[in-house]
Design a protein around this ligand. Structure first.
Ligand SMILES: *[C@@H]1O[C@H](CO)[C@@H](O)[C@H](O)[C@H]1NC(C)=O
Length: 338
């Protein structure tokens, strides 16, 4: 095609106005590609058609993979319902869609043990969080106390003082005050190795380290040995209590700079809750690059929450890229099923 046409096509693709783009396609246009992409509800790349997650059924302990109904589509919940008919199913694996094989599986014991006989955490009930996307039934990951997922030895995640970004779409009404319903970067040893050795989204009403405005729940950064709604641990009045049923939680960090952003995942725009310097004692970062879901970095397993989709990126995403990701999340039409 003539060169002026290519430039025009590129312009349309990067503005996203006429070209459909899923969250990880959008992050790629900002040179902050996804290095992990997890969801039981939908594909996070337009061309992704492989397995989203694996379930195991109690009747015969066999497993099956649940894929999108089409490339870039929502999860085939009917396949899960058929496989799990008249028995219980657990989510055994949440596959990484980024191609880096950063799959989340049952979290091992660390500083804290999980409730399973081997000290591991337990697995989420595969039918624990039914919702709809654009009117079609899908399932989230309902984390109760004792449940957790982890990927040690993750590939491509930020280590040391590397910049990174992440978001998670969660249930803004499912939380408790325990430690810690997290999604993000954590220790490789499953133990607490000190301040700055984590950078993860936290959601809930834990006030052991700090709090935001009102009674919570709050989005905070779990930076290890502290939950932060801003630069100071104790009280961050700009960090709001969250009231929406579906919530987009965003955290990003780079040398001596980090930010917390959020918004209703079903409507509207993101707001910036904090954008500034890292807390005292937390610069430089000492990220270790494991990935956790539903637990603290030392496997503290007593929190609860519900996860629908989330990614981690290489590089510090711009607000503009995140705003486009939020628009795609809203367009996916998260809604309750009842
Ligand atoms: C899983 O969730 C479903 C739906 O809420 C419930 O009927 C079932 O008893 C749960 N199974 C377990 C093992 O908790």
């Amino acid at each position: 095609m003539p060169q002026y046409r290519s430039i025009l096509a590129l312009g349309l693709a990067t503005t996203g106005s006429l070209v459909a783009a899923a969250p990880c396609d959008i992050y790629a246009t900002g040179d902050t590609p996804c290095i992990a992409a997890h969801s039981t509800t939908r594909a996070l790349y337009d061309d992704y058609s492989d397995a989203l997650y694996q379930v195991s059924r109690s009747s015969d302990s066999t497993t099956t993979d649940i894929s999108p109904v089409k490339a870039g589509g929502i999860a085939n919940a009917a396949a899960q319902d058929s496989f799990c008919a008249n028995t219980d199913c657990e989510i055994t694996t949440i596959y990484d869609q980024s191609g880096k094989k950063n799959h989340l599986t049952r979290a091992p014991p660390g500083g804290f043990k999980g409730p399973a006989d081997d000290g591991y955490d337990t697995l989420a009930n595969a039918t624990g969080a039914p919702i709809t996307l654009n009117g079609q039934k899908v399932y989230g990951v309902k984390i109760e106390a004792g449940m957790g997922y982890r990927k040690n030895g993750a590939v491509g995640t930020a280590t040391g003082n590397d910049p990174e970004g992440m978001y998670a779409v969660i249930d803004g009404t499912d939380f408790n005050d325990q430690c810690c319903f997290d999604y993000g970067n954590a220790e490789t040893s499953n133990t607490d190795t000190g301040a700055g050795h984590m950078e993860a989204i936290y959601f809930g009403t834990n006030t052991a380290w700090g709090k935001g405005a009102g009674d919570g729940p709050w989005l905070m950064g779990d930076l290890e040995d502290g939950l932060f709604g801003g630069k100071d641990a104790k009280y961050s009045p700009e960090d709001p209590s969250i009231t929406s049923r579906f919530f987009t939680a965003i955290l990003k960090g780079e040398p001596n700079h980090w930010a917390l952003r959020g918004g209703d995942a079903a409507t509207g725009d993101l707001s910036t809750y904090f954008d500034g310097e890292r807390p005292d004692g937390y610069n430089p970062m000492h990220n270790e690059g494991s990935i956790i879901l539903g637990i603290g970095g030392d496997n503290s397993p007593n929190a609860q929450g519900t996860f629908y989709e989330g990614v981690m990126t290489s590089g510090f995403p711009s607000d503009d890229i995140e705003n486009k990701v939020q628009a795609d999340i809203v367009a996916a039409k998260y809604a309750t099923s009842d």
